[in-house]
Write a protein that binds this ligand. Structure first.
Ligand code: ZN
Length: 144
């Protein structure tokens, strides 16, 4: 059974990342600077290189892949919540290469911005705190 809470969008911040910034760190910084502890993130643009994770459900661990070279951010979607008392951005990214092929995964530190336009939506609502989820081994929202 799904667990969920009502949230209300109270604010939007729209901007661009600095050239050659670390994409995940930059989006996290925007959230911290604007006091966003609950919300969603979307972005499009391009990266110089990317690092994305794939979660092995059987081994319960991430495998990270680095893709060196320019790629489009065809889509980045994510959310903002709290883990260990700090706002964190959890985002997944779809990247496309020069041939138009797409791939992607869990956005990890080490993804370097070429150009990126983002929208952050801040929500008002209950705290979505991440704690270890036993069935998955992941830090998921604890909505009990
Ligand atoms: Zn993920």
């Amino acid at each position: 059974m799904a667990s969920y809470r009502d949230v209300t969008c109270v604010r939007r911040v729209m901007g661009k990342c600095a050239h050659e910034a670390d994409l995940l760190a930059e989006l996290t910084r925007v959230c911290k600077e604007n006091g966003v502890q609950l919300g969603r993130v979307e972005a499009i643009g391009a990266v110089r290189k990317a690092r994305v994770g794939y979660y092995h459900q059987d081994r319960r661990e991430y495998e990270f892949h680095t893709f060196d070279g320019p790629m489009e951010i065809a889509a980045l979607v994510g959310n903002v919540s709290v883990k260990d008392g700090e706002p964190i951005v959890h985002a997944h990214v779809t990247l496309s290469d020069a041939t138009g092929r797409a791939f992607g995964g869990h956005l990890a530190p080490g993804t370097v911005v070429f150009a990126c336009e983002f929208v952050v939506e801040a929500f008002d609502g209950p705290e979505f705190r991440r704690t270890l989820d036993e069935p998955t081994g992941l830090p998921l929202w604890n909505l009990k």
